[in-house]
Structure formats: structure tokens, C-alpha cells
Design a protein around this ligand. Sequence first.
Ligand SMILES: NC(=O)c1ccc[n+]([C@@H]2O[C@H](COP(=O)([O-])OP(=O)(O)OC[C@H]3O[C@@H](n4cnc5c(N)ncnc54)[C@H](O)[C@@H]3O)[C@@H](O)[C@H]2O)c1
Length: 251
Amino acid sequence: MDIRLDNKVAIVTGAASGIGLACAELIAESGAKVALVDKNAETLPGATKRVQAKGVAKGYLQDVTVTSALAPLVSRIRDEMGEIDVLVCSAGINIPQLAHEVTEENWHAVNDVNAKGLFFCNQTVAIQSMIPRKKGSIVNIGSQMSLVGGWKRANYCASKGAVLQVTRAEAVDWAPYNIRINVVAPTFVLTPLSQGMLEDPEFKEYIMGNILFHRLATLEDVASAVCFLASDEASMITGTVLPVDGGWTAK
Ligand SMILES: NC(=O)c1ccc[n+]([C@@H]2O[C@H](COP(=O)([O-])OP(=O)(O)OC[C@H]3O[C@@H](n4cnc5c(N)ncnc54)[C@H](O)[C@@H]3O)[C@@H](O)[C@H]2O)c1
């Protein structure tokens, strides 16, 4: 199956690094125009250049937790790139702590990006571009921690559980508008987010012991799943979660 996204416009949040950047590259290569949204002013220009090498792309500097800025941002992207067919929400952070160590400040920091920022990106794009045109596909990046608990993950699990539940609720509310919305739930992938944790031998052993294939997921493993769900090939799929976890959650 050759997944194509020709003549579509996509927004990818968290697109300056890791999974978001890999998705932006594959989406551009598949034929869609890509708006890269990220809050990191240092990495966004280089990431945009990388995606421009694969197709049409433009970078937009924005922190997704600033909800008042999202409507103007999406308006600007629509003016400059066209109506939005695909939204991939990958912006996310993690502050690994044992459940009894999580502070209120860290709780808000993680949930503001992973749950609140993601939800209001979904909502803003749906309101402006998908509901009025009765079409669109949204892919939210959850985690295997949307489905199971994990060591030092209480805060992160709360936020990623929210990603899955909000996605299911949106699928119900937006089905009348022909909008599909799904979650891709990766296991560990080597990115700047996970690099520090993966350098800890004890943590690496814990991970490899849980992934049935005893290897990390690659950026391509995740980006392919995202492109499939974003594409018309997945036209009957909504409100679901696709784990890309090498079997972690099968046990
Ligand atoms: N790397 C993993 O092992 C792994 C596993 C499962 C799920 N995930 C999820 O995948 C997503 C991407 O993670 P990654 O590993 O690529 O991380 P990453 O740190 O490489 O990339 C995240 C990007 O999001 C951006 N970002 C963070 N907060 C933002 C905000 N408030 N507004 C706009 N941009 C913001 C960062 O600047 C960065 O460019 C996250 O949602 C993460 O939870 C990662």
C-alpha cells in the first residue's frame, strides 16, 4: 500500500524534534504541505529546512499551552498554506518522578502540554477548518503509557491517559462532521526526550525487558503509523489507539 497525502495540508505540533519531525518529514514526502509548529526557536528553523528538502513546509513558532494564541495561529496557517486536512499533535514533555515525588508545579507543566495544549489544538483546528468543511483527520501522539502504568510515570500516565480519553470523546462529537481522530501510542524511541533516561542502564534493562522485540521503536515505525491513520486508507478508523510498542501492552 502506497500511502499518499497529495493535495492535503497538515499541521504537526512538536515538529522541531523527534517523533514530530519524523512525522513532518514523512507527511511532506507523502505529498502534503506541512506547517511545523514548535516552541523551540533554536531547532525549528533547521527542522523546517529538513522537511523542505522533502516537500513544501513552513515553520511556525508557538507554545501550544498558550491557548489564546492558537486561534490566530491556525488562521495564519490557513491563510498561508490552505485549509487543514491533517493535524498531528506530537508536542509533549515528561518529568519522570515517583508518584510520591510529583509536585503540583510539575503536574501542571506536564498536563498543560500533553493534555491541555493537545486538546485545544484539536479543538481550534476542528472549529476553524474541519467542522465547516466536514472533513479531516487528527492523529494524537499518546504513549504506551496511555494504556498501562509505568515506573516514575504517574504524572505522564495521567496526561497520556487523557490523550486517549479526549480522543475517544472527540471521535464521538465530531463523527457527524466526518472528522476522524485517533491515537498512536509508541513505546520508547530514541529522541532528545528519552535520551537521558535511556542512558541509565537500570532503566534501559527495564525497557528492554518489557518490549517483546527487545528493541526500541524507530522514528520511522511511529511516523508510518501516523501517516496511515492520517490518510484516506484509514477512512473507517476513528476513536481508536494504535500501539507501536513491540508488544509492551500485549502482556
Ligand atoms: N521518545 C519516546 O520514547 C516517546 C515514547 C512515547 C511517546 N512519546 C511522545 O511523543 C511525543 C514527541 O516526543 P519526542 O520523543 O519526539 O520528544 P522531543 O523532545 O524530541 O520533541 C518534542 C518537541 O515538542 C516541542 N514542545 C514541547 N513543549 C511544547 C509546547 N508547549 N509547545 C510547542 N512545542 C512544544 C519541543 O520543543 C520539541 O521540539 C511526545 O508527546 C511524547 O510524549 C515519546
